[in-house]
Design a protein around this ligand. Sequence first.
Ligand SMILES: C[S@@+](CC[C@H](N)C(=O)[O-])C[C@H]1O[C@@H](n2cnc3c(N)ncnc32)[C@H](O)[C@@H]1O
Length: 722
Amino acid sequence: MVEKPGKPESFEMIAKTFFGLEEVLADELLFLGAQDVELGRRMVSFRGDERLMVRANVYCRTAVRVLKPIATFTAADEQELYQGIGRIDWLKHLEPEATLAIDPVVHSPIFSNSLYSAQLAKDAIVDQIRAATGQRPNVDLADPDLRINLHIDRDRVTVYLDSSGDSLHKRGYRVATGEAPMNEVLAAGILRLSRWDENSPLVDFMCGSGTLVIEAALMARRIAPGLVRQKFGYLRWKGFDRAVHEAVMAEAKKRVLPRVAFAIRGSDLDPRVIAAARENVERAGLSRDVTLAVENFEHAAPPAPAGTIVINPPYDERMKTAQIDAVYRRIGDVLKQRWPGYTAFIFTGNLDAAKHIGLRTSAKTRLFNGPIECRLLKFELVKSESTVVAPPRSDRRDQEQIADFRNRLSRMAKHWHRWARRQGITCYRIYDRDIPDVPLAVDWYDGNLVVSEHDRPHSRTEIEQLAWLEQMVGVIAQTLEVPAASIVLKARTRPVVTGRPKKPEPPRIVEVQEGELRFEVHLDGGKETGLELDQRILRTMVRAEAADKRVLNLFAHCGTLTVAAVAGGASSTLSVEAARGRVDWTRKNFQLNDISSAQHRLLCQDPLLFAHYLDPTSGAQFDLAVVQPPGFDGKRRPEVWNVQDGHVELLNSVLQCMSIGGKLFFITPFRRLTLHAEQIVGATVREITRQTVPPDFRNKKVHRAWILIRTAEESAEEQPSD
Ligand SMILES: C[S@@+](CC[C@H](N)C(=O)[O-])C[C@H]1O[C@@H](n2cnc3c(N)ncnc32)[C@H](O)[C@@H]1O
């Protein structure tokens, strides 16, 4: 074993980095005066003294950590590993009451379990110190006094002291994160790879939490990253001379320039990430150097005739391929039309989408963002004689779309308001995806609005889609003259959550009237509001059939169909629903309609189980039934009951307990259902979808419904549908 002598003048060190950044890190180290600089895989080895080690930590923007080797030896097995670690004089590095952590990096068939190797090394250290002093150091993985790096390559073991402590990407300015914030070391590496001169305009028009613009401003003002961070592993090393650190920090402070004399500009469409970026910029002390704005990249204007653009567009897996391709195509168009004279760098992990940028790349660098293989693509945006900065193409299209939507909405609202007044209805649909490019449903609940987004291909990023939806909500509020606070938006696109999650808002509950019936509606309650508008006609049908009937409502949801049956004079009702919340909701609807009789029972039970245990031998129990099971077809979750495979058994179970001539309404949102009428026993079957979808639903495919009439015979008869 070779143990390096204590405190040598010059020693070997390793600076770790990310794949692809080795050369820029080597340049940084050479600049600091490192000797014997050699590139490795995701690391650079070099030689220098303690001052250089401190400088590397304080100045290097592209190093993740700086390691100082203290011993190398070979180990053929675990025992030799334990013995080798035990031969190092640990009291030179650790007080007995200090804390330690071991980071293992193991590439070895002998030591296949890296955590076990770390454990063994820790035991060797602790055992040695306990034997010598009677006291033992403790492990503290989060904030140890000494972080040790154990590197095993086959049988070759190298033990390093980690002079950085925490990873150097933790600069100390990040207080808030946006979606997929870029690692600070990677951001600095990208800027170095771009060869930006640190003295000319720099723009990131998809800046998220601002990492690229902050790193750029730190470079431009010559602020060493260590000046913001201030915490380093070596500061807690035994016997470390603090004066060296203080001298390096003083020197670093002197180099700082007072301010940036050119534009460093970050913008993003998402106001939440810009708020996060603003906090980060402030913490980094760069408020006067970086300008931030909430802006669509299509509207961002060049701050000067020439400069550098560095962006990291979304390469989201959640986005559909056509959508993300279109986003990259738009980035290419915008760069060509609005940024001539600039050099643009696009860092992306979506190599397929990047092909749609449609501009010639002048350089490509392979990098990784965590496990994702990425490219940094360079584009020279040539300024031709005739180039004029074009306004964003989408503006006119957007304006036309808004005007069309406003006109259509206004016409439809007038029409349906008038119609509803005649019908005595206060809840109805006033816009149903009438314009294909505005795929919204706008439902009127007695002066409140629920706006739901439907899926349709578009070329917007997630945040653009949210901004577009908010804009549409604004148009709806204006056109229908309702306060924006009375509109609930049910978006498929989920907003990005930044910072601490907010306390959930209390549900927005209103009472509404349908004819003389009253219902409690939860405007923002998940997918359902509690009053399915598409079932309005069905409610009338059930009511018309219910007089003196014993009614079963299976999968009763919030009990609106039961309320309709009671209003129609049902002699008794039984509502079966599995969800306790919905049963309580039904109870509220009962109260609103003065239903209190013991004849109207609510049963909180799995409706499938209920149907399974229905006993045909106890005779006819129901004269009217409504069965509305959940709609999924079971392809994705075969273990869960699904309406396609399960409807025959379910309907037969209910039918066998119904009186002859009794009617069963079967309704499902699963529109592709193939109803196996031939397997239904003792009933005629007729599809009534066309009669049950209300006229205010332009989309007639909102549900499907059948009526099954119990016959005396034990065989099914199919009637012509609709
Ligand atoms: C991968 S993130 C950028 C992360 C950023 N580099 C950081 O360090 O936090 C992509 C960003 O693009 C933004 N974005 C998406 N569409 C946009 C648009 N049309 N205009 C401006 N920004 C947009 C998103 O809001 C998101 O913050």
